[in-house]
Design a protein around this ligand. Structure first.
Ligand code: IPE
Ligand code: IPE
Ligand code: MG
Length: 255
């Protein structure tokens, strides 16, 4: 670990396609409500949108796709909705893990798994092992995930590793639950809300943010292309000036 550049300690290389895309899949409930359906019908359709997003990301050369499926605050929802989401998660794991593996996808889950049904945890662990050596795309599902939880558990692990050493950025980054991935280049939130809702707080330091009113079940390959087109128009300065970036380009072309 520690093989990835930290956006605050050095300037990462960037390309025209985001290497790591992180998405808050929001708007399932409203998608269903618009159709006079129960909220859970939106979650069911949301799984189909996940399949499409995974496929589109592979086709476009994305290396890491991270999806926020259930936040540490989502336990506050009505118990019937929470238990539906848990069943849907279990069913999706049962149905999709083999397909993910067949498509060369490495599967990971981040979040505090202690409150989950042991059957879910078992499927997650088995799926992670099954797909560990795949290299086409790393698909991470954030479940019972919270950005503050992640930073805190990393700080605590730094302390445990060396109780007398000062806590450093490098150590925190090493113990964050997604230390196996570079920081997200592009953060997408569907459903019209413009907030981070305790997603990857540490790692979003220099990500480009893209918000769309599209509800998650309606988000498709074309929506992803629109997000990528917006991303390509951004100038990622990482604290530097525009002139410095242009000079850097000129030097690169001359050599
Ligand atoms: C996102 O959709 C899915 C989860 C949080 C599990 P929502 O369920 O939040 O949908 P809205 O925001 O109520 O429309
Ligand atoms: C964020 O969506 C979490 C997920 C998509 C899993 P929410 O719908 O829970 O976020 P808030 O409550 O509107 O901020
Ligand atoms: Mg929501």
């Amino acid at each position: 670990m520690g093989e990835f550049i930290s956006s605050t300690t050095s300037v990462p290389e960037t390309g025209s396609v985001p290497r790591h895309v992180a998405i808050i899949m929001d708007g399932n409930g409203r998608w269903a409500k618009k159709r006079y359906l129960p909220r859970v019908a939106g979650h069911r359709r949301g799984v189909e949108a996940v399949r499409e997003a995974v496929k589109a990301c592979i086709e476009r050369g994305v290396e890491y796709l991270t999806l926020f499926a259930f936040s540490s605050e989502n336990w506050r929802r009505p118990p019937e909705e929470v238990s539906f989401l848990m069943q849907l998660f279990l069913r999706s794991l049962e149905q999709e893990l083999g397909k993910l593996d067949a498509n060369g996808i490495r599967f990971r889950v981040v979040g505090d798994l202690t409150p989950f049904d042991p059957r879910i945890v078992e499927h997650i662990r088995r799926g992670e092992e099954l797909t560990a050596k795949n290299t086409r795309l790393t698909l991470t599902v954030a479940a019972n995930y919270g950005g503050r939880w992640d930073v805190l558990q990393a700080v605590n692990r730094c302390r445990e590793a060396d109780p007398r050493a000062p806590i450093t950025e490098e150590c925190i980054a090493r113990y964050l639950s997604m230390s196996y991935a570079p920081e997200p280049d592009l953060f997408i939130r569907t459903g019209g809300e413009q907030r981070v809702s305790n997603f990857l707080l540490w790692q979003l330091a220099y990500s480009e943010f893209y918000f769309t009113d599209a509800l998650w079940p309606d988000f498709n390959a074309q929506s992803l292309d629109e997000a990528f087109a917006s991303y390509r128009r951004r100038e990622r300065r990482f604290g530097r000036t525009s002139e410095q970036l242009l000079q850097g380009e000129a030097v690169k072309q001359a050599s």
